[in-house]
Design a protein around this ligand. Structure first.
Ligand code: NAD
Ligand SMILES: O=C(O)C(=O)C[C@@H](O)[C@H](O)[C@H](O)COP(=O)(O)O
Ligand code: ZN
Length: 368
């Protein structure tokens, strides 16, 4: 087997004794050196959706040798399909193919496919191998790394799931060429998140390179993906199952998940809801005296530069936010646990927000 090309970079997610690679670069799909070393055996189920299949399925198949038993499952597209019923379709296909515990599932697509395939792998015959091949910016910088898998419930995002780590993450940056601009912006929300929670230098870099990122300039995108994956890998290595620091990756998500669930899954993209949620978190941090006017203005400006929404849905009252936020998975002992900003580049877990302060934020935050 040839050595990986120098143009590609590899990061690792270290989990105690175990670790897995994140390969990042152009041209990974279709090159057998990336996928085949991570297969558990001969049986391979590639799961994708009806949008991604015509774009990338045949290229991925080229990266799988002829000596394998490869099956394909093409699911419908959309956040609304991130359900247990879709995961059952994966299990049905695996059983129909007669696949055993040495099979490997390959998730080819965005975060919806990745989360569902990971969950299917976690449960099939009590756990089989899976590989993430993310094709959206959001899935390349966030969802494919770290092993959070699962599906939505009408009452809350990702309410049913498991921690189950992939064997490898293969990020082919060429796939971003076909991504619609709205999806690119959604991915940028999670990229901005890393700067806000952990890396003020990266936040500054993003401010100056936003036009290049939105213009799909390869060098800028690769740098943003590498830095995001590296920060996520570091946090997951510290706290795989979200007992502490990993919760910081949820900046903007308590508000954002409430928007997604209230509006009906898919109406707001996950990244859009998280972007608005991060602005809400920043404004709440300002009300608590941690951020100044200039800090909040910077958060608003970078979200605007990424073409993300800055207002909450018009039909969402404060009580609608609170109803979903009360079910958030981070909450303990009936207390809301929010991720807030001590300053730009430093997040904290906060469960002491005075109710009147949160109420004022929710009442005063603009709607559209
Ligand atoms: N597990 C985690 O840690 C984690 C982290 C962040 C988000 N998520 C989850 O990820 C999901 C959002 O992921 P997403 O933003 O990738 O959404 P998505 O999976 O719905 O993909 C967005 C859209 O882009 C299409 N698409 C995918 N790749 C494409 C390509 N290369 N060219 C053209 N179109 C392409 C998809 O078919 C879809 O229509 C949410 O369910 C969210 O909860 C999970
Ligand atoms: O990896 C994590 O941890 C995250 O929180 C990343 C988030 O961007 C992602 O949306 C995640 O799926 C949210 O998880 P949840 O536990 O809040 O459902
Ligand atoms: Zn997210």
């Amino acid at each position: 087997m040839t050595q990986p090309d120098d143009a590609l970079s590899t990061l690792r997610v270290a989990l105690g004794e175990r670790s897995y690679p994140i390969h990042i670069g152009p041209g990974l799909l279709g090159d057998p050196q990336w996928l085949t070393p991570h297969l558990a055996g001969r049986q391979v189920m590639v799961v994708t959706n009806e949008t991604v299949a015509p774009l990338y399925l045949s290229r991925l198949r080229q990266g799988l040798g002829d000596d394998l038993d490869v099956r394909e499952l093409v699911l419908p597209d959309g956040e609304a399909t991130k359900t247990l019923a879709s995961v059952e379709r994966i299990w049905d296909a695996l059983l129909e193919a007669g696949f055993n515990r040495r099979c490997t599932l390959v998730a080819l697509g965005g975060g919806v496919i990745g989360d569902m395939v990971g969950f299917a792998a976690a449960c099939y015959q009590r756990g089989v191998a899976f590989v993430q091949v993310p094709t959206t910016l959001l899935s390349q910088v966030d969802s494919s790394v770290g092993g959070k898998t699962g599906v939505n419930h009408p009452r809350g995002k990702n309410m049913i799931g498991a921690f189950w780590q992939p064997r490898a993450v293969l990020i082919d940056t060429d796939t971003l060429a076909t991504l619609p601009p709205r999806e690119l912006s959604a991915g940028l929300a999670e990229v901005i998140k890393y700067g806000l929670i952990r890396d003020p230098g990266f936040l500054g870099w993003l401010e100056t390179h936003m036009a290049a990122l939105r213009g799909l300039e390869a060098a800028a995108l690769t740098r943003a993906i590498e830095r995001s994956c590296s920060l996520k890998a570091e946090i997951v290595a510290e706290d795989e199952t979200e007992q502490g620091v990993r919760a910081l990756l949820n900046l903007g998500h308590t508000f954002g998940h409430a928007i997604e669930a209230h509006q009906g899954y898919g109406r707001w993209l996950h990244g859009e809801a998280v972007g608005t949620g991060m602005l809400m978190a920043a404004e709440l941090s300002q009300r608590l005296g941690w951020l100044g006017d200039a800090d909040v203005a910077r958060v608003r400006a970078i979200l605007a530069a990424a073409a993300l929404p800055l207002e909450a849905p018009a039909d969402m009252a404060s009580r609608d936010f609170l109803a979903v936020m009360r079910l958030d998975k981070k909450n303990l002992d009936d207390r809301l646990r929010l991720i807030l900003l001590r300053r730009l580049g430093e997040a904290c877990i906060h469960d002491q927000t005075p109710p009147e302060c949160l109420a004022a934020l929710l009442e005063g935050f603009p709607r559209r």
